[in-house]
Design a protein around this ligand. Structure first.
Ligand code: PMP
Length: 291
């Protein structure tokens, strides 16, 4: 992945992709003092760019550091990089981390570095394909208590249990894993939020110990615009047998129907389909939609 052509925005400059390097004694690598974002461009526009940029800055603040660029500067750098890379549909990965000036748990004066990389990622909008639904396992690890970890930060360290859980699920032939939270309630997948449908009503866990996804909030709005009821509440795993549909939401996942979670079965249906389509329409730049 590091041998591509193109450019990466790195601390205020555009550098060749292959040359965007850091030292092995980077604090972010040893102590996970790193935060990131996942964004997606559709038709040459990053969907909800400002919200993602603000979340990046807020994630850093929660970890105790100040991202040394304003939201305007980061947005401008993202748009300029997207233009220079020449992609219409792409994934955008900003990251901010403590540098290598000091080694130790404390690194008060280490430089805060920021980089943005963008790679091509065609949008996947074939509703027929999506409606087959993916298979999830149940993860062993649980989302931590917010008193144990900074759950509201999109911090690299919180992804340790996500990668372990996703690898374990993949080794068993599943696409992903559903994680419970520290209390045993349903939380989310390893990189996406989860929704369920029962009797035409949408149920989703309260985002009180995991990321309240930008896609999650978008989909809740889209559902309400359709006149659907969305209930945010604590969901016990035993309840899963009572839901007819299930889908994941996330920048990468968009709206992805789920057919199985361990021994529970779902039938991707009308509500999932409608939201897959509504989300596709929502992310399409109005300019492109008019063409
Ligand atoms: N939860 C986790 C753990 C994630 O990594 C993501 C993807 N950023 C989400 C939820 C969904 O967030 P968003 O809709 O903002 O992409």
């Amino acid at each position: 992945f590091d041998q591509r052509d193109g450019e990466i925005w790195f601390n205020g400059e555009f550098v060749a992709w292959k040359d965007a390097k850091i030292h092995v004694l980077t604090h972010g690598l040893h102590y996970a003092s790193s935060v990131f974002e996942g964004e997606r461009a559709y038709g040459g526009e990053v969907f909800k760019l400002r919200e993602h940029t603000e979340r990046l800055i807020e994630s850093g603040r929660i970890l105790g550091f100040k991202v040394p660029y304003s939201a305007d500067e980061i947005d401008a750098a993202t748009n300029e990089l997207l233009r220079r890379q020449g992609f219409a549909d792409a994934y955008v990965r900003p990251v901010a981390w403590r540098g290598s000036e000091m080694m130790g748990v404390s690194a008060q004066n280490n430089r805060i570095n920021v980089a943005i990389a963008i790679w091509q990622w065609p949008s996947y909008f074939d509703p027929e394909q999506k409606m087959k639904g993916i298979r999830l396992d149940l993860a062993e690890y649980r989302r931590p208590d917010p008193k144990t970890a900074p759950s509201k930060s999109k911090a690299a360290g919180l992804y340790m249990i996500c990668t372990i859980s996703k690898h374990a699920a993949e080794a068993k032939g599943y696409a992903d894993a559903l994680m419970l939270d520290w209390r045993g309630y349903v939380a989310e997948a390893t990189g996406a939020n989860v929704f369920f449908v029962k009797d035409g009503v949408i149920h989703t866990p309260k985002a009180d110990c995991f990321l309240d996804g930008i896609t999650r909030r978008t989909v809740i709005d889209l559902a309400k615009r359709r006149g659907l009821t969305v209930i945010e509440r604590e969901i016990m795993p035993e309840e899963l047998s009572g839901f007819s549909e299930c889908f994941l939401t996330g920048t990468a996942a968009e709206v992805t129907p789920v057919a199985e979670i361990a021994d529970w079965r779902f039938t991707p249906g009308e509500i999932s389909k409608r939201l897959v389509e509504d989300y596709a329409a929502e992310v399409t730049p109005k300019r492109a939609a008019a063409e």
